[in-house]
Design a protein around this ligand. Structure first.
Ligand code: DQA
Length: 151
């Protein structure tokens, strides 16, 4: 049974630590800290507690998924480039067995063909892609509704 206060893990993959300075025309002006503090605020409204990670290393992300992610009620996952390449992140998410929403700042299907395929989408509850930092907020609302059906 899901607790009253939801625990939500937020996974951020490689180069998302550079948000705010990285390809701003694509990813926008907001830094990751700003996005996470907006998520925290939304968490107060939704009765959800956020625990976030950012790593540039695939193994660290797999470890976080099994050690921390597996203990959350749900996850928001922006695996960044690993979305398109990482069987290890996919397998860790499958092993954790925790429902997750895949999020992307950009619309991955409107970009280079190698970004059109995600190794995570078919095991996600859903995907929010293309709304800049709002993708995280929309994903969080969608995840909370999924975890609290009918609430
Ligand atoms: C991204 C899209 C990925 O293709 C890319 O490698 C990223 C960010 C996004 O949020 O739009 O690093 O996940």
């Amino acid at each position: 049974m899901t607790a009253d206060v939801l625990s939500v893990g937020v996974l951020n993959g490689p180069n998302l630590d550079l948000l705010g300075s990285r390809e701003k025309e694509l990813y926008g002006e907001a830094g990751l800290e700003g996005i996470l503090s907006e998520l925290d605020e939304l968490g107060k409204e939704l009765d959800a507690r956020i625990t976030a990670v950012q790593s540039n290393h695939e193994g660290e992300l797999a470890d976080w998924i099994r050690d921390v992610g597996a203990r959350q009620d749900g996850l928001l996952v922006n695996a960044a480039a690993y979305t398109h390449t990482s069987v290890a992140v996919r397998d860790a998410l499958l092993a954790a067995g925790v429902p997750f929403v895949e999020v992307h700042l950009t619309n991955i299907w409107a970009r280079e063909p190698f970004r059109h395929h995600s190794l995570l989408s078919d095991i996600a509850v859903g995907v929010v892609s293309g709304f800049g930092s709002d993708s995280y907020l929309l994903g969080m609302r969608a995840l909370a509704s999924h975890l609290r059906p009918g609430a």
